[in-house]
Design a protein. Structure first.
Length: 373
């Protein structure tokens, strides 16, 4: 996908390298509310906690079964994991011990979401049902039936009055979180719904599907209403996430691309690629930066940076070179060029917009065939 008007650069920082062994592949991941750490469920059946800034390992929680979903309690003390064992396990992040097992599903638990206050948890399963759990006494409160196939996505409304679920049956269901009653069933997608995410204030919800589209919903209504259908990915949309201020939406796909959408214009303003299919997106709170996990096992941080601000020093230098038109100042200009280039890594300098303005500077300096040291 090409968009000539993109003005955001997604600056990558590798937090975890691509996995050297299959056991290190990240299957699921989630960030805690304050953005201090994230949890990653690996192929070796462990759940590991990492510092969100540098991915330093903080805790290891070892299970005997593969995790198929993860969620951090808003209170920050518990990580919930759904497993192929057909149960939800509750892990204490300080001790690394399993402190609870919630039994009730008959197929693997594929999606999880806590209520805003952390007092309840909803789980979606391959058995087509959702269960609301009381976290205080670790008991089942409600079982919701309405999907015809695996429930692979679920999110709890930040306003605490609604749950939205997505299924391989291509339907999205809205549920009353207090009664467990279905509010509505939506069939706007043509194939499997892979992800559903509310924005921070609960006024919007976005759904991503195997039909390559994203549907933006106005969730100020109940039932919610379609606002806009967005399509830019070339394969299924697997991961979605809103920035803390609702200004941006990041989408990830099995086409190995990440797109950054401006929520005011609903246009793609930034784009990046990874080596593997995007499996998850989590934004840092109070930062315009987010983390992705992909099918190679890599976890990357992406900083949202203004492309114009990055190009400006090179453009300013180019103008100065052309205006001066003085061969005697060539060494001075080369030194300035080196100083500006040194602010960015090679991958950044090779991106489309940056490459062009760097090339213009090199041409003006007569150093296109040489190497600038």
């Amino acid at each position: 996908m090409e968009n000539q008007d993109q003005n955001i650069f997604l600056k990558p920082t590798i937090l975890r390298q691509q996995a050297e062994h299959g056991a290190d592949i990240t299957r699921r991941f989630a960030m805690n509310r304050v953005g201090r750490m994230f949890a990653a469920a690996l192929q070796d059946r462990s759940i590991r906690l990492f510092a969100a800034e540098d991915a330093e390992e903080m805790q290891v929680m070892q299970d005997d079964f593969l995790s198929t979903s993860l969620a951090f309690s808003p209170k920050g003390d518990i990580v919930a994991s759904g497993t192929v064992e057909r149960v939800v396990k509750l892990w204490d992040i300080r001790s690394g011990e399993c402190v609870g097992t919630l039994e009730g599903h008959t197929y693997p638990v594929l999606s999880l979401s806590f209520s805003p206050d952390g007092s309840k948890l909803v789980s979606g399963s391959g058995d087509t049902t959702l269960i609301i759990w009381d976290m205080d006494n670790q008991s089942q409160m409600r079982r919701m039936k309405g999907h015809g196939f695996y429930v692979v996505a679920v999110d709890w409304d930040p306003n605490d009055n609604r749950i939205v679920s997505g299924s391989v049956d291509a339907n999205i269901c809205e549920w009353d979180s207090n009664t467990g009653e279905m509010i509505a069933r939506h069939s706007e997608h043509r194939t499997a719904v892979r992800e559903v995410r509310f924005n921070p204030n609960g006024t919007k919800l976005v759904s991503g599907s195997s039909d390559l589209t994203m549907v933006l919903w106005d969730s100020t209504f109940k039932p919610m209403k379609v606002d806009r259908t967005l399509q830019a990915h070339e394969s299924e949309v697997r991961a979605l996430g809103f920035s803390h201020d609702g200004k941006y939406l990041a989408s990830g796909s099995s086409d190995k691309t990440i797109l950054l959408w401006d929520m005011d214009t609903l246009q793609v303003q930034g784009q990046a690629s990874t080596m593997g299919e995007i499996d998850g997106i989590e934004w840092y709170p109070n930062q315009h930066a987010f983390i992705t996990s992909d099918g190679t096992g890599a976890i990357l941080r992406w900083d949202v940076e203004d492309m114009g601000a990055m190009l400006h020093p090179f453009q300013e230098l180019l103008t100065e070179i052309e205006t001066a038109n003085d061969p005697n100042r060539r060494d001075e200009f080369i030194q300035k060029f080196d100083e500006i280039s040194g602010r960015y890594d090679e991958a950044t300098l090779q991106t489309k917009n940056m490459f062009y303005v760097v090339w213009q500077c090199k041409r003006a300096l007569g150093i296109l065939k040489g190497s600038v040291k």
